[in-house]
Design a protein around this ligand. Structure first.
Ligand SMILES: [Zn+2]
Length: 255
C-alpha cells in the first residue's frame, strides 16, 4: 500500500466531499495520509480531520514560509505549544519561498532555522518547501544539519546535482504529480535517483498528476505518479510501492 506523505485535504477545497475523498484514497491503496500544517489558521481544521481519521490522517506541525511575516515569532510560539501537547509526525511544512514574495526573506530564514531546531528538539523529521531558494536552504542546512536531523524536500523539481546534495544530507526526495507533466523534465533527473531516496506525495489540492491535470488533486490520484515512477525507473509498480512506502515508514516512524 502507498503513503501520501504530503496532503492538505483539511483545506476548504474538500469541505463538500472530504469523506468521499478519503474513501477513494483507501479504495486506491493509500494506507496513510500525512497532513502538513500551513499556519495558525489551518491548525483547527487539520486537527479535526486527524481526530476523525486517527489511523489514516496523521498531522504534522509547523509554519509554511509564505505565511511568514513581521509577526512570525509570535505565531511560532503558538505553533510550538501544539508540539508539546499532541502527537505529530513531522515538523512542517517549513522552508523558504522566494517565488511569491522576497519581502520577508530574512524572516523566512529565521523561521526555517527555528523549525530545524524543533525537529532536533522533538526528534521529528522536517518537511521542507523550496521555491526559488535552493541556495538559501542549502546554506542553512550546511550549518545546521547533523546526524540527528532528517527530513524530506517535498515536491522536488530540482536538478540531479541538487538531488545529490539532498541525498548527502541523508534527506529524502518527495516526488509528486510534476513527474507526470509532459515538459517538466523531472523524469530525466529521477531516472538517476535511487528509489531508496524517494517518497511519494500529492500536495493535494495542488499539482494534480496527468491525466487529471487541471482538476483538484486528491490522494487517490497518487497512483498515476507511482505508475510514472515505475515507468521511469523501469521497475514494477509493486517494487515502487514497496520501497517508497518503506522509506516513508522509516522517515516518519510509522507502524
Ligand atoms: Zn504543501
Amino acid at each position: 500500500m502507498l503513503i501520501d506523505t504530503h496532503s492538505h485535504i483539511y483545506l476548504n477545497e474538500f469541505d463538500d466531499d472530504r469523506t468521499e475523498v478519503i474513501k477513494r484514497a483507501i479504495q486506491n491503496n493509500i494506507r496513510t495520509i500525512l497532513l502538513p500544517n500551513i499556519d495558525k489558521n489551518s491548525i483547527n481544521p487539520m486537527m479535526q480531520l486527524a481526530n476523525t481519521y486517527p489511523k489514516i490522517c496523521l498531522p504534522m506541525m509547523g509554519m509554511h514560509p509564505t505565511s511568514v511575516n513581521e509577526n512570525f515569532k509570535k505565531e511560532l510560539v503558538l505553533i510550538e505549544e501544539w508540539l508539546t501537547k499532541e502527537k505529530f509526525y513531522g515538523i512542517g511544512e517549513t522552508g523558504i519561498d522566494l517565488y511569491w514574495d522576497k519581502k520577508y526573506t530574512a524572516e523566512q530564514i529565521k523561521s526555517f532555522s527555528i523549525q530545524i531546531g524543533w525537529a532536533k528538539k522533538y526528534n521529528l523529521p522536517i518537511v521542507i518547501h523550496v521555491r526559488e531558494s535552493f541556495n538559501e536552504v542549502f546554506n542553512i542546512l550546511d550549518n545546521l544539519n547533523d546526524e540527528k536531523l532528517n527530513g524530506v524536500f517535498h515536491c522536488f523539481t530540482g536538478t540531479l546535482q541538487q538531488a545529490e546534495k539532498i541525498i548527502s544530507y541523508g534527506f529524502k526526495i518527495g516526488i509528486g504529480g510534476v513527474l507526470t507533466f509532459k515538459n517538466s523534465k523531472l523524469d530525466e533527473t529521477v531516472k538517476n535517483i535511487d528509489l531508496k531516496h524517494i517518497i511519494l506525495e500529492t500536495d493535494s489540492p495542488y499539482l494534480t498528476p496527468a491525466p487529471n491535470r487541471g482538476k483538484r488533486n486528491e490522494s487517490s490520484f497518487m497512483i498515476y505518479t507511482a505508475q510514472k515512477l515505475a515507468e521511469v525507473k523501469n521497475e514494477t509498480l509493486e517494487k515502487v510501492t514497496e520501497i517508497t512506502t518503506e522509506n516513508a515508514i522509516n522517515l516518519f516512524k510509522l507502524t
